[in-house]
Design a protein around this ligand. Structure first.
Ligand SMILES: Nc1nc2c(ncn2[C@@H]2O[C@H](COP(=O)(O)OP(=O)(O)OP(=O)(O)O)[C@@H](O)[C@H]2O)c(=O)[nH]1
Ligand SMILES: [Mg+2]
Ligand SMILES: [Zn+2]
Length: 220
């Protein structure tokens, strides 16, 4: 009985996600979904990314998913871009229905890329299609090199992986070889972008990937 209910919920979510992707295709807007543990650096990466995209004259918007508070949304306010905050009130992931409501509040004709910062969580956000074109796995060296093998779904689903906080690697026992091998075994195609987001963001390869992805959405 319970299993049937769960299937229906997932089915409704997937249907809604497909509708959202059709809307985005029509509007020629790229939407990416950043997923990672609390504190991995998702908001910091967004700050760097949005600043760099502004310089290239792209217009971005952000949908901020947080269990509570508007702290991350406030951090992004200085960029003067549209920001929608979803406080999930305890829920540990975002679903397509709340993304639909957020997109409805955006002037999509004026936007190139919508970034979603999912709720800090390595597990269930990976299970939900929320209409995005790509899930991005964000992981930092301080979390340990074993995270891909312990939380495989996100790394299988991800179209790109960001390894953040590489500036702190020397203070940890992070085994880069083991991390790389595990990621490759789970996902042979996702590129890996290394960042030290506080001082050397190394944002260009990631920006290049976003630009290519936007191009493919525009041409689809
Ligand atoms: N040393 C170092 N610190 C970083 C780096 N990236 C982020 N931080 C710090 O790590 C902390 C968490 O970063 P956030 O960007 O808030 O992380 P988040 O993933 O958005 O966290 P939640 O929204 O709570 O899930 C902050 O104090 C950042 O300043 C990095 O590359 N190196
Ligand atoms: Mg954040
Ligand atoms: Zn959840």
């Amino acid at each position: 009985m319970e299993i049937t209910v769960m299937k229906n919920i997932m089915g409704a979510n997937e249907e809604k996600a497909s509708e959202l992707r059709a809307l985005l295709k029509d509007k020629k807007v790229l939407m990416v979904n950043l997923i990672g543990s609390p504190g991995a650096g998702k908001t910091t990466i967004l700050e760097n990314t949005i600043a760099a995209l502004k310089e290239k004259n792209y217009s971005a918007a952000v949908i901020e998913g947080d269990v509570a508070t508007d702290r991350d949304a406030k951090r992004l306010q200085r960029f003067d871009i549209p920001i929608t905050l979803i406080n999930t009130d305890g829920a540990c992931h975002l679903e397509a229905l709340s993304i639909e409501a957020s997109l409805a509040g955006l002037e999509l004709d004026k936007i190139d890329i919508v970034f979603i910062e999912n709720v800090g969580n390595l597990v269930c956000p990976a299970e939900f299609d929320i209409g995005e074109h790509a899930k991005i796995a964000v992981v930092s060296v301080t979390e340990g090199d074993d995270k891909p093998s312990k939380y495989p779904l996100l790394f299988r689903e991800a179209e790109a992986v960001i390894l953040n906080k590489t500036d702190l690697e020397k203070y940890t026992n992070f085994n880069r070889q083991s991390f790389m091998t595990d990621v490759k075994n789970l996902n042979g195609t996702a590129p890996l972008f290394e960042m030290a987001s506080m001082d050397k963001p190394n944002i260009e390869p990631w920006l290049g990937w976003l630009e290519n992805k936007l191009k493919s959405v525009r041409e689809s």
